[in-house]
Design a protein around this ligand. Structure first.
Ligand SMILES: Cc1cc2nc3c(=O)[nH]c(=O)nc-3n(C[C@H](O)[C@H](O)[C@H](O)COP(=O)(O)OP(=O)(O)OC[C@H]3O[C@@H](n4cnc5c(N)ncnc54)[C@H](O)[C@@H]3O)c2cc1C
Length: 372
């Protein structure tokens, strides 16, 4: 596997220890969703034991490879009951002591039709790209969010296990999790595995996994950022197709992302090499595209190329529902390319559902997504 190297630093590693035989709550997946849920479970139910099981390292899925644009909507449109997502995202991070991370100054929606007359961005990309309007949101340092959430979960008493893949769940009462490090008996479980392990979550038919790409330029001089319309530091994404998103970084580098590789299985994802075949071709196209956006980018060099896995519901829907085989197992998945703020927001909600009976939202049903 070679998914490339993102620019984020994850500086938290849990202490190795033997897997316990049982836990009140088990969280599967050490991305934003699972880490936020594990931390919040311990915060609201400090007498209950919480174990987080991560197949590789925390943040090794989409969360440590993301672009880090935090937005108030997902691709499918507004979701009832989530109107406060950005505010609640900041508050949750602050309450968990993940401080100083979000930078929320607004995000440019850019497009090829009807751009602002005084658009700071004027680029060429299958038409003239301009700022259409500004939407709420901003950018985060994904390394700090992953590390901060994991540190918060561990400090609050959750036990985090890396290199511990859940291979099977026996849907008995309690639930039996067969992992690469032994069997764990769990009262209630959250499955937050995103692109991988669709079978475990009961999502094989209802969703599809993809691998999406990003790259980063070398740091650009302030006058170059000025001419690109990025001096404000605001991130951007296209409202129309072909899709392109990006953000300036604190050191003047600019991140751009676009492109999806279809994945038929976990094995295909595990074997994916960004220097080979479809992914390599998509990187070449993306580099050409970026160099063609503006004369100031004509000879730009790229310091990082990487990608990461995401999962979409077949009609772009999210999944936030009880597992088809058990009311003791909750599934949070399908955040696609819009999960930065929603993963933490819904991870907290999942903890409140599992530990305190908070009702699930009216959307996110797995059965409906499968058409039964
Ligand atoms: C390149 C890229 C750019 C993106 N940019 C943005 C952006 O700018 N804005 C935005 O909102 N969203 C963006 N996204 C999407 C966003 O990053 C994700 O929606 C979010 O990180 C999902 O978090 P998660 O915790 O649900 O999943 P993940 O971070 O993928 O975590 C799932 C974890 O589960 C683990 N796992 C899987 N199976 C098992 C198992 N059987 N046992 C144990 N562990 C298992 C995996 O190893 C992984 O660590 C981007 C994604 C990518 C890849």
């Amino acid at each position: 596997m070679n998914w490339g190297t993102p620019p984020w630093t994850i500086d938290f590693r849990p202490e190795p220890r033997p897997l316990p035989a049982s836990a009140d709550f088990a969280v599967i997946g050490g991305g934003f969703s699972g880490l936020a849920a594990a931390a919040w479970l311990r915060k609201i139910a400090p007498r209950k034991s919480v174990v987080l099981l991560e197949a590789a390292q925390i943040g090794s899925g989409a969360s440590g490879r993301t672009g880090g644009l935090a937005l108030s909507d997902v691709a499918i449109g507004p979701l009832e009951g989530t109107e406060d997502v950005l505010d609640a995202y900041c508050k949750t991070l602050a309450e968990l002591g993940v401080a100083g991370v979000p930078l929320f100054g607004g995000v440019y929606e850019i497009g090829r039709n009807g751009g602002l007359r005084d658009s700071p961005i004027v680029w060429e990309d299958s038409g003239a790209l301009r700022v259409v309007h500004e939407v709420p949101g901003g950018t985060v340092d994904a390394g700090k969010v992953v590390s901060g959430l994991a540190r918060a979960a561990a400090d609050l008493g959750a036990a985090i296990f890396e290199n511990t893949r859940v291979e099977n769940i026996e849907f008995a009462s309690p639930l039996l999790l067969e992992t690469s490090a032994g069997t764990l008996c769990a009262g209630r479980v959250l499955l937050a595995t995103n692109a991988q392990s669709a079978g475990l979550s009961g999502l094989s038919e209802a969703s599809q996994a993809k691998f999406t790409l990003a790259l980063m330029t070398e740091p650009l001089a302030p006058r170059v950022l000025e001419s690109l319309g990025l001096a404000s530091g605001k991130a951007f994404y296209t409202a129309d197709l072909p899709y392109l998103w990006g953000r300036p970084m604190p050191d003047g580098a600019v991140m751009f992302g676009s492109g999806l590789v279809d994945l038929a299985s976990d094995a295909e994802l595990a074997a994916l090499d960004i220097a080979q075949s479809v992914a390599a071709g998509l990187f070449t196209s993306l580099e050409w595209r970026v160099r063609g956006l503006h004369p100031a980018l004509g000879k730009v060099r790229f310091s990082h190329r990487w990608g990461g896995p995401i999962r979409f519901g077949r009609s772009w829907q999210l999944f936030f529902d009880w597992h088809p085989r058990s009311r003791q197992a909750l599934v949070l998945n399908g955040l696609g390319g819009d999960g930065v703020s929603f993963s933490v927001y819904l991870g907290r909600w999942a903890a409140e559902t599992l530990a305190a009976g908070r009702e699930l939202p009216p959307w996110g049903k797995i059965g409906e997504a499968q058409g039964d």
